[in-house]
Design a protein around this ligand. Structure first.
Ligand SMILES: Cc1cc2nc3c(=O)[nH]c(=O)nc-3n(C[C@H](O)[C@H](O)[C@H](O)COP(=O)(O)OP(=O)(O)OC[C@H]3O[C@@H](n4cnc5c(N)ncnc54)[C@H](O)[C@@H]3O)c2cc1C
Length: 300
């Protein structure tokens, strides 16, 4: 028999509505945990890395939350949507390319076929790839709890490495959304990683740029990880770009400003601080140039 004390769970629920899911979480009062695809949680729970729970509440079968939709202002992604679905969604390819790119590098096909963007965000790792892509797009998340439903900026949900302001024992990240890129806008993502072994990136960067007819940058967002305890929005570098020309020279300058404002670390199995710095210097200008090409109508 499986018990919570052996880092297993006794019950696995697949509620069909948010109300039902919240009711189960309420009933277990902190002894049940929300699960998406389980690619992080089930593995880590079996390894004893989380406090034991009696039940898992799988939110990927909730009606209406396993789809990508769009309303007047946003593309909206339900918490049951997997990375594979995001990667091939025509709207996201057209209006949120960096999210498609960032979800496309997660694990292998098996992981992408079950892992969700909501799970990537709720896990709150400093360099979760889908998270970095959504952060560059200016994403927001919807959180459902006993107190009701509210939208919040994605960047406000991170508390520390693996720590989220979403209480994963009592609250559900139900939907994620972003404003589609419009004419004159482009986005891009790139990740540097060791070719095999650990599934943690050396550096992951995402950008969203808006340029006008005179090639002046009118809006910019740059996300990066791992460069600190939480996914990072490189505001000083963004400020350098806005109002200036969309040139490689500016992009090189933005990379330097980004580096001045973060504390990169040497990690034993991944890369030295110096190597990471070099990767930011190299790839941030590359993807900024790519975003400009896309803003100018290039297909990819
Ligand atoms: C072999 C392998 C390779 C991987 N490679 C990568 C990689 O390259 N890049 C990368 O970023 N990640 C990678 N991962 C990690 C993982 O696959 C992703 O982070 C994935 O997006 C997690 O989503 P999930 O739905 O499986 O989350 P789960 O494992 O189900 O949950 C993760 C966390 O989020 C919480 N949670 C999940 N959904 C919700 C929700 N809707 N509301 C509230 N809380 C929720 C859970 O309680 C848990 O704390 C890899 C994992 C494996 C096993």
């Amino acid at each position: 028999m499986t018990t919570a004390s052996t880092n297993r769970w006794e019950h696995y629920y697949t509620p069909a509505t948010v109300a039902e899911a919240l009711e189960i979480l309420r009933r277990y009062d902190g002894r049940a945990r929300v699960v998406g695809g389980g690619t992080d949680l089930l593995v880590e729970t079996r390894r004893g890395l989380h406090r034991p729970v009696e039940a898992m509440v799988d939110v990927t079968h909730i009606e209406g939350l396993d789809v990508i939709t769009s309303d007047e202002d946003n593309i909206v992604i339900g918490c049951g949507v997997t990375h594979s679905r995001i990667v091939r969604d025509a709207r996201i390819l057209k209006y949120g390319m960096c999210l498609s790119e960032s979800c496309g590098v997660i694990g292998g096909p098996q992981v992408r076929n079950v892992g969700t963007l909501a799970g990537n965000v709720a896990h709150a790792l400093p360099a979760g790839d889908g998270t970095i892509g959504l952060l560059a797009l200016g994403g927001e998340i919807e959180v459902a709890s006993d107190d009701g439903i509210r939208w919040m900026p994605l960047q406000d949900s991170f508390k520390g490495p693996g720590k989220s302001f979403i209480d994963r024992y009592r609250q559900i990240l139900t939907r994620l959304r972003f404003r589609p890129t419009a004419a004159g806008e482009g986005s891009a993502h790139h990740r540097v990683m060791r070719p095999q072994g650990l599934c943690l990136p050396i550096i992951s960067v995402g950008v969203r740029l808006q340029i006008d007819d005179a090639n002046t940058i009118t809006d910019a967002r740059i996300s990066m990880g791992p460069v600190g305890p939480v996914p990072y929005l490189a505001e000083p570098a963004m400020e350098v770009l806005v109002g200036g020309p969309a040139t490689n020279e500016q992009f090189v300058r933005a990379a330097e400003v980004a580096l001045e404002n973060v504390e990169l670390r040497t990690s034993k199995y991944r890369a030295s601080r110096e190597y990471r710095e070099q990767m930011v210097r190299t790839y941030l200008p590359v993807i900024l140039n790519r975003a400009v090409e896309r803003a100018n109508g290039a297909a990819s």
